[in-house]
Design a protein around this ligand. Structure first.
Ligand SMILES: C[S@@+](CC[C@H](N)C(=O)[O-])C[C@H]1O[C@@H](n2cnc3c(N)ncnc32)[C@H](O)[C@@H]1O
Length: 336
């Protein structure tokens, strides 16, 4: 099957499911980026470029309602997390077995470029007892196809989007709420930090909508922002990096911050250390124009304070002065 035939099948399948894509096309986004979504003409801000019924979102609850998956969960008495349910779906759903999702499955990348896809093989018996129940293969028919499982994990991890879903009795949302969905067509959008599109659930109209938040020129690629991710996270989770990434940041743990401050000539003692630790603000340096984060600047300000100023800060921020005064009054009253 040629790429054109795959795409044409997918577009027909999308239309049949009520997915509307107005004035956009899917095509190669260039070396290493797979496919992307492009506008055909110059478009104005606020236009909805992709719309689909909320019922078309692939959520864990929806999978759990499908006969085959409901049976697996009931037979194995397994309550997967939302993420696990979606991984099981992509592991088991196969074009060669006539899946009704075939046109969509055929559009998914066959491989990934994350570090983990370079080779990982786990045996259940090598895992600590406490984590074995989280090891998906125990509910999957054996023999387990490790490569397929890793592929399914990547599909979910690289394509799921944050959406607040209703809980489902067969899904375990006790630790992590069900807040993910894989959304066909919307998941063809690539990432950039300053995206022209926002994607959101329109609860009132029971639709999921991708809307332009600014005008875009003819032929340009549309992106969404997957989150304020630095290049490390983009690489590990999605297998790519951005040349210019305003979210590139360096986190300075408290120990390092104190060591650097001493090196810079500040005299630091336990009062400073306690003040910074109690404030619990993470010091972050961004590579963008934003400069040091507010939290970092506050920590540095604390390290510059003398003891009296630190005392005042604690009085104001933690109301320690009020508490001290109240204790004094109480003590005086008991003495009387
Ligand atoms: C949600 S999918 C987007 C559609 C995908 N390109 C495809 O062909 O199906 C996310 C994946 O797209 C690729 N991707 C997204 N944004 C990218 C970017 N700015 N540069 C390179 N690859 C990108 C990465 O492989 C990522 O794991």
């Amino acid at each position: 099957m040629t790429d054109d035939a795959r795409l044409s099948d997918f577009l027909d399948w999308s239309r049949q499911r009520g997915i509307r894509f107005d004035g956009v096309e899917i095509r190669s986004a260039g070396e290493g980026a797979g496919n992307g979504v492009f506008v055909l003409a110059c478009e104005r801000a606020n236009k909805n470029v992709i719309e689909l019924p909320a019922a078309e979102l692939l959520t864990a609850g929806r999978v759990a309602e499908m006969g085959r998956y409901r049976r697996i969960l009931e037979e194995k008495s397994f309550r997967p997390t939302p993420f696990e349910m979606l991984v099981i779906f992509f592991y088991l759903e196969r074009p060669e077995e006539g899946s009704e999702w075939t046109p969509y499955l055929n559009m998914l990348p066959s491989s990934f470029s994350t570090p983990v896809s370079l080779g990982l093989s786990l045996r259940e018996e090598d895992l600590p007892l406490s984590v074995r129940r989280f090891w998906l293969p125990s509910v999957l028919p054996s023999p387990i196809d490790d490569d397929r499982l890793l592929w399914a994990w990547h599909v979910v991890n690289t394509r799921c989007i944050y959406v607040q879903n209703e809980s489902h009795p067969l899904i375990d949302s006790s630790v992590v709420e069900d807040t993910i969905a894989v959304i066909p067509f919307v998941d063809m959008l690539n990432h950039t930090s300053e995206a022209a599109c926002v994607a959101e659930l329109d609860k009132r109209n029971r639709k999921y909508v991708v809307r332009l938040n600014k005008a875009v020129p003819e032929g340009s690629e549309l992106h969404v922002c997957y989150g304020p991710h630095d290049n490390g996270r983009l690489w590990v989770e999605y297998g790519f990096q951005l040349e210019e990434n305003p979210f590139t940041k360096v986190l300075l743990p408290t120990d390092l911050l104190l060591a650097l401050a001493k090196k810079a000539g500040l005299s630091i003692d336990c009062h400073h250390q306690n003040a910074v630790e109690d404030a619990a603000l993470s010091s972050t340096l961004y590579s963008s124009d934003e400069g040091p984060s507010w939290a970092f600047r506050t920590n540095v300000r604390l390290l510059h304070m003398d003891h009296k100023e630190i005392g005042k800060w604690r009085d104001i921020v933690y109301s320690e002065g009020k508490r001290r005064r109240r204790r004094r009054i109480e003590e005086e009253e008991t003495r009387r």
